[in-house]
Design a protein around this ligand. Sequence first.
Ligand code: ADP
Ligand code: MG
Length: 604
Amino acid sequence: MSDIIEILPDSVANQIAAGEVVQRPASVVKELLENAIDAGASKITLNIKDSGRTLIQVIDNGKGMSEADARMCFERHATSKIKLAEDLFSLKTKGFRGEALASIAAVSHLELKTRLRNNDVGTCVTMEGSSLIAHEPDACAEGTSISVKNLFYNIPARRKFLKTDSIELKHVIEEFQRVALVHPSTHFYFFHNEQEIFHLTAGTFRQRIISVFGDKYNERLVPVKEETSILFIEGFVGKPEFAKKTRGEQYVFVNQRFIRNNYLNHAIQKAYEDLLPTHEFPSYFLQVTIAPDKIDININPTKTEIKFDDEKSVYAIIRTAVKQALGKYQISPVLDFERETGFDLPIDENRELKQPTIKVNPEYNPFKEKTSLKNAFQTHTERNRNNWDVLLTDLKANSSKEIENEALIPSQEQDHIKEAFSVLQLNHSYIVTTLRSGLILIDQQRAHERILYEYFLNSNTQHSYCCQQLMFPETLELSAIDATMLNTILPELNAKGFDISEFGKNTFVINGLPTEMELNSIHSFIEKLLEEIKMNAGTDKNNASEKIARTSAKVLCIKRNTSLLAEEMKNLLDKLFACEQPNYTPSGKTIFVTLSNEELENKF
Ligand code: ADP
Ligand code: MG
């Protein structure tokens, strides 16, 4: 048999390499931004079109390339950043594998314009799927501009795998943020379809975090700083009260490179032990500086994973530094028996100690002034009052279909309830009322959550909602990612009685709200809504309209520990039993329990 093994042509090898390096527009953005940083740029502009599908352009004012390098950089393993294998242990640059430009050029139409500092003339190179199309002098600006057009034009399968524009944009924003956050002295612009998404001027790390995520982060950050013989750690962690249900803003940078490392994330999460309920995640922005020979970042082509020589010590140092930072701000428990003895942070003894306070308004009663919700339920309620028989029979029939072995209200109870509809509130949290066959205990918060959920769920189909126009429209500033997400659900939101419109760069104007909502809850409402959407992202089992209803109900419902008047309790029960599914909250929690006379008798 003749020999059959051949070396793959470069264009094929590059395409294969591209499979690892370039997964989506965001990967191109990451590589180009990192190259610009490595070139020493102090100002970088990112321009994308159609979430990066049609164009990704990065312009920098870095050192530029010579005429020969401008061609050479597209060869596989072409790099100016390392020369010897040993150099891998003293890396100071983001890149070193020399494969990004070769990979990107293999799957796009690419144009590179570059001019060395102090050179009169620059170079323009045009590539198409690894082939050189043109290489000529060009009167471009100092620095480098790379335009990547029609990504994956020659690999339709990959193009097909790209997600919706808003998801791809979200990935691009995430990559941009990872680079921009840790290079606060670099000036960044970011435009999408010619609209400015970010303009970040040079500043400190703290200023950069705030300009990326919004002013509200200013009060949320607790500084962390610790120097040991192994590493230097500096940055900020979020106060526990601002923790979220999704792993949102969690950034660990090692030697100015964003890295994913579950072990380190665990160390930080552990520092919050006892300060956070399970399934809540803090924000953090931590920069670790460590000798390059103590780590290995060459474990995957995207260079976001990392191995530490002494992982256990790194874990302990990070956990302790974060824990002590939280403790210093009187957030962490004072006595900490588990404290690492390896080192101690200096405590500022002159700092004034503050007692934590909780603001409670004992007068607050969400039922007052909520007449519109009453109106919205008028029809239900009337039907309900007039048809207890039907209601309870329905309830029984309905529930027994779905929930077996559940204690339900027997239909013969109807008259009794109608007559002796007296209610009692237990612990300001539960409503007790009697049935002929026993008693029923209702969780007021869950009951109200169910009522509001069904109200909001049906509001756009029934057009029964009301929108109150605000006298003074309110502006809402969001992070770039949150703004992208809000934009995608704006039509559903406005169909439910909101009147919110986009107002340029990550800003929205709230002109009106559903009558049930008070203005001061709108910010937390939007925040929780976006959280809910992020948490369910990908599963897509719930549509936006359902999520809006779910979150509205959660945010607006009366809470436990709220005292209610008898009328209000009756009203609540009326509405609950007018719901399609009064037994469970939207997330499946039991709303009421019954205790039969028989059960009662057995107790005595
Ligand atoms: P790596 O960054 O791993 O070296 P790349 O394929 O990303 O590999 O880039 C190849 C080479 O091209 C770099 O080593 C660098 O010399 C040069 N280069 C790429 N982008 C720029 C830029 N924006 N400015 C100056 N030189 C650049
Ligand atoms: Mg590179």
